[in-house]
Design a protein around this ligand. Sequence first.
Ligand code: ATP
Ligand code: MG
Length: 334
Amino acid sequence: MTLSKTTSRGGKAVEVRGLAKHYGETKALDGVDLDVTQGTVLGVLGPNGAGKTTLVRILSTLVKPDAGTARVAGYDVLSQPRQLRRVIGLTGQYASVDEKLSGRENLYMIGRLLDLSRKDARARADEMLERFSLTEAARRPAMNYSGGMRRRLDLAASMVGHPSVLYLDEPTTGLDPRTRNEVWEEVQRMVADGATVLLTTQYMEEAEQLANELTVIDRGRVIAEGRIDELKAKVGGRTLQIRPVDRAELPRMVAALDQAGLDGIAGATADEAEGLVNVPIVSDEQLTAVVGLLGARDFSIAGISTHLPSLDEVFLALTGQKTADANEFEEVGA
Ligand SMILES: Nc1ncnc2c1ncn2[C@@H]1O[C@H](COP(=O)(O)OP(=O)(O)OP(=O)(O)O)[C@@H](O)[C@H]1O
Ligand SMILES: [Mg+2]
């Protein structure tokens, strides 16, 4: 059968409706709806135990849902698992490479499993090694790789079969910041090359770096969704940061803002360590008013920027819990 089910650009690469999976009393997924638009990155954010890996396993046909439907590139997880597996790539939360084999051998083996000829599997392995900067380490056993090299090998492994839809399950958990940045760059390249990505993460910064849209899940349920800036806007306004040329000006700047009584402007604070004044604002008019006032008072300003709230703050506002201690949380005031 050669019927192409590949969705057109802008179509839905992943469609999930009412997805549920229970393990005894635990509702790992409790009626999840989500879509991933072709060629984009959906970030699935959630604390430990939220159901992220369960979602990825169902979308990879490794686990069967109890209820609901899920389609990937038009293929149904229950009725078309073989076709579906051919279009996906998975970088699991737990590394999937064979420790004893070299990087090159791992990638070659995957190519062979995907029915490539020996020659093609070798060529594809070398191509992936090159692309993920592993050529020099290609012949060393994976057990001797650093954490970052392993993650890159994982990513390379998931890319061998030219997947159109990639699942990345917490791809940078446990990595140092530099290695995390390397992985982010690779993911950005995959997306630039046209891949659709479903990325699970507990790192707000990661979602912000990589994702176009976000679905926040908590205890098996979607608690918020939308574009990152939309979610942030829901939670609060922006912070205007002003950097005077001379740090000694900070107190005078704060006092000038306090005394001016500009409409809706209150609570300007000096950040001595950063050499900044922070002013909470909710509109562009307020931004203009603040900048205008400081100009009129002859302050010399080195820089101005505005910042949306961090996703950590967003998560706290949405769930009432911090991201790290999910399991200790009890419903407050609900
Ligand atoms: N095979 C299983 N048997 C029993 N319970 C399970 C199983 N798989 C998952 N669970 C439970 O389902 C819930 C969701 O687990 P899941 O692994 O999907 O969460 P997660 O969001 O990936 O968490 P983490 O961020 O820690 O990886 C948890 O309470 C977990 O203990
Ligand atoms: Mg998980």
